[in-house]
Ligand binder design. Structure first.
Ligand code: UD1
Length: 374
């Protein structure tokens, strides 16, 4: 019997669980991999972590590093130390990392120093804004990776512009689209969130806010609440709160300014958030993943940022950026988005087979031993 190819998957934050779920299933289907899942513990609350493993059917992690929260340096350093130890012990043929979190960065650094080939899922994304910690993580992860799985043609072009060889870049589409196709209908069958909150189809706005640039900047957070309070005069606003956002609101006493039309919810599991997305009149967000999910379910989206790494959605008319320095303009942008469609019949994120493509490339490159480090 041939020996299975050993892959270590490093994940730690909510969006990574969604991405890894579909790739993990594809690895399993291929029947030639031994996947060792490592949960860094960056996210540890039940609603940010365990619920995703349960709903998405992700196998129990072989390692749980329990690093928890901290400054960027502290959190990343704790992960680095633990990941190095387990990589030495496991000696895998490749390390799989996802997206742009501190868990991605730590996985990339630890593997690169041990000269273990890195495969980066969601490579080539750039906001061109280095004030975002995620932008730093993306750049480092991409430049240390041997295999760069790009979700879009724009991401491929960006990597080439940065001097990365086309031999290392693979355009595969977006694994989040695979996840939307896999779990979208399951959400209809399982989620009761619409009934629980007595919501009516297309008669509410869904909002998510968690980015440091919004939560840690008092004037931007004030502007967001002012915008949402105004939108809530026209239609209810559903606002599931990331713990970072809740504590920021409390810290500056803004929780008392949240008006009646805004319903604050705890963070939700994947199937509930999909149900809320699908039925919303408009989605207001600062999350990268939610911008794309809005498009997958063809719901207009307004992004509470000055730029986005998912530029194609702006070009296609499905997403609009709101300038929070202009509260009146932001309210107008949101209300005008309701009922608007962008360009239909486009597939900027592939055909929902990104995970299978990734696994096929991994099997070819690793067995041919051409998965060389950059
Ligand atoms: C991280 C990612 C971000 C991603 C997001 C998804 C980085 C730099 N950022 O941001 O790209 O979009 O995850 O949600 O990696 N906290 C809890 N419980 C938890 C986890 C966090 O209460 O389970 C609170 C803590 O106060 C913590 C804060 O949230 O300090 C921020 O958590 P952190 O993991 O640093 O970043 P996120 O904001 O979640």
């Amino acid at each position: 019997m041939t020996k299975a190819t050993k892959i270590v998957t490093i994940i730690g934050a909510r969006p990574q669980f969604v991405k890894a779920a579909v790739v993990s299933q594809a690895l399993n289907r291929a029947g030639m991999f031994e996947e060792i899942i490592v949960h860094t513990g960056q996210h540890y609350d039940e609603n940010l972590s365990e619920i995703f493993f349960a709903e998405l059917g992700i196998p129990e992690p072989a390692y749980h590093l329990g690093v928890g929260s901290g400054t960027h340096a502290v959190q990343t350093a704790r992960m680095l130390e633990a990941i190095e130890g387990l990589l030495i012990r496991e000696n895998p043929q490749a390390v799989l990392i996802y997206g742009d979190t501190n868990s991605t960065l730590a996985g990339a650094l630890a593997a690169a120093k041990l000269r273990i080939p890195i495969a980066h899922v969601e490579a080539g994304l750039r906001s061109q804004n280095r004030d975002m910690p995620e932008e730093i993580n993306r750049i480092v992860a991409d430049h240390l990776s041997a295999l760069l799985f790009a979700p879009t043609t724009g991401a491929v072009a960006q990597l080439q512009k940065e001097g990365i060889s086309m031999a290392n870049i693979c355009l595969v589409g977006d694994v989040m689209y695979d996840a939307a196709l896999t779990y979208g209908s399951r959400s209809d069958a399982v989620s009761r969130v619409i009934e629980t909150f007595t919501l009516r189809d297309s008669e509410y706005a869904l909002c998510t806010v968690h980015r440091a640039e919004n939560t840690d900047d008092e004037s931007r957070l004030r502007a967001i609440i002012e915008v949402l309070n105004n939108v809530a005069r026209k239609l209810p606003v559903i606002l599931p709160l990331h713990p970072r956002t809740l504590s920021a609101l409390k810290r500056i006493g803004l929780d008392r300014s949240v008006g009646e039309g805004i319903r604050l919810l705890p963070p939700l599991g994947y199937l509930d958030i999909i149900a809320l997305q699908k039925n919303a009149a408009v989605i207001i967000t600062d999350s990268g993943g939610v911008q794309k999910e809005a498009f997958f379910y063809r719901v207009p989206c307004v992004t509470l940022r000055n730029e986005t790494e998912w530029k194609e959605l702006v070009d296609l008319g499905w997403n609009r950026l709101a300038d929070l320095n202009d509260v009146t303009g932001s309210i107008r942008t949101i209300l005008e988005s309701i009922g608007r469609s962008g360009i239909q019949d486009v597939e900027p994120y592939g055909r929902g087979d990104a995970a299978d493509k990734i696994v096929q490339i991994l099997s070819q490159r690793i067995s041919a031993q051409v998965c060389v480090s950059n």
